[in-house]
Design a protein around this ligand. Structure first.
Ligand code: F1P
Length: 359
């Protein structure tokens, strides 16, 4: 069978479906990793002066989410870069030459060329390197000072799903621990089973949305910590279903970009608390331009704002805004999955892509 084609008749569940469902177990194992972290690494992390989050593709999006939350909680600047930009412009990104720098190098495969190449650049700086990868014997894991391996998040699909969210939830827990907000970690852990109990509901809701309209474009909007979620959803739907996607901050999208909206466009808003009122008003505008609007939120007040959406998913966890991003990422994965199935494309093996991105 042509691995790029999805055989609807067989109604087989392809690889990536099981990897998406596996996230419930993988997230718990990820959180456990933090409680069993190498004592030497924990001391380095506690004594850190500057954090750097560097990676490519979905791994870069993890860095965007974590950087925003870290900077807000610690009231200081961390650095997030995609590996190629750090490689070409290291001076722009290295904020200080301190032995207390910590470079988190994020790579599901641990073999991505540009992420490996920056090791030489980083060695010219002081500081510790930490590999976050699903492959424990990868080149990156071998070359870094420390390595955290998310082995049960190893994937066979080219499209990264559970590997990205497992690393993200680990870093989220780490940041909340270092900032003394362990109560948020407890809420995250206690929410996982409740959240995945609704997986079937979410799976069917997204399937119905995708089957109702033959969307030609999907726009993902998110402010603050949700911008990285929007970028990840943009990539997942693009690579899984070969559909045109974009990501933006919600109000920024009104500055010219909204010209592309039409009846065949789905706008997905990952709603924040900070921008609540204005983001809903923007959604209302996009709905008026006859695009379909899906709002993902964790806020009961949204339901009555019927002018702002066509579809609403309230994850109903009543969780701190800074913990929500990890619970929003699934919806980009499910949109990509169902859009691919609708188009007869196998979401596990997108065309043009390789599992390991090397030169
Ligand atoms: C992983 C990655 C994925 C992306 C695509 C290509 O790179 O970029 O994030 O979705 O599947 O590979 P890495 O994390 O292994 O460096």
């Amino acid at each position: 069978m042509d691995k790029f084609k999805y055989n609807k008749e067989k109604k087989e569940r392809n690889l990536i479906f099981s990897e998406i469902v596996d996230q419930q177990k993988a997230w718990k194992n990820s959180i456990d990793k933090l409680s069993n972290i190498d004592k030497k690494l924990l001391d380095v992390l506690k004594e850190h002066k500057n954090f750097y989050f560097i990676g490519c593709g979905s791994s870069y999006h993890t860095g965007l989410i974590i950087q925003f939350i870290y900077d807000l909680l610690f009231k200081k600047k961390s650095i997030c870069a995609d590996s190629s930009d750090f490689l070409f412009y290291p001076k722009k990104y290295t904020i200080s030459n301190s032995s207390r720098n910590v470079f988190f190098l994020i790579s599901r495969t641990g073999e991505t060329t540009e992420t490996l190449l920056i090791m030489d650049v980083i060695k010219k700086n002081k500081g510790a390197t930490v590999a976050l990868t699903s492959i424990p014997d990868s080149k990156l894991a071998r070359e870094c000072d420390f390595s955290v391996a998310f082995m049960d998040s190893q994937e066979k699909s080219i499209t990264a799903t559970k590997s990205m969210t497992s690393i993200t939830i680990f870093l989220l827990n780490l940041i909340f621990t270092l900032s003394g907000l362990t109560i948020i970690n407890e809420k995250i852990s206690s929410s996982i089973d409740k959240y995945f109990k609704d997986f079937g509901k979410y799976f069917n809701m997204i399937q119905n949305i995708i089957n109702e309209t033959n969307f030609k474009k999907v726009i993902f909007l998110g402010s603050g910590p949700f911008f990285g979620v929007a970028k990840e959803a943009e990539l997942k739907v693009k690579e899984m279903s070969i559909t045109n996607t974009e990501s933006s901050h919600p109000l920024e999208f009104r500055h010219g970009h909204k010209s592309i909206l039409d009846k065949k466009t789905l706008v997905v808003l990952f709603l924040s608390e900070a921008g609540f009122k204005y983001e809903l008003n923007s959604a209302r505008e996009f709905k008026k331009i006859c695009s379909k609007v899906l709002i993902i939120c964790d806020n009961k007040r949204v339901k009555e704002q019927k002018y702002a959406y066509d579809y609403l998913i309230d994850i109903d966890l009543c969780i701190d805004e800074l913990a929500r991003p990890i619970f929003y990422i699934l919806f980009g994965q499910l949109l990509g999955y169902h859009q691919a199935i609708r188009k007869g494309i196998n979401p596990s093996f997108p065309r043009n892509l390789d599992f390991v991105v090397t030169f």
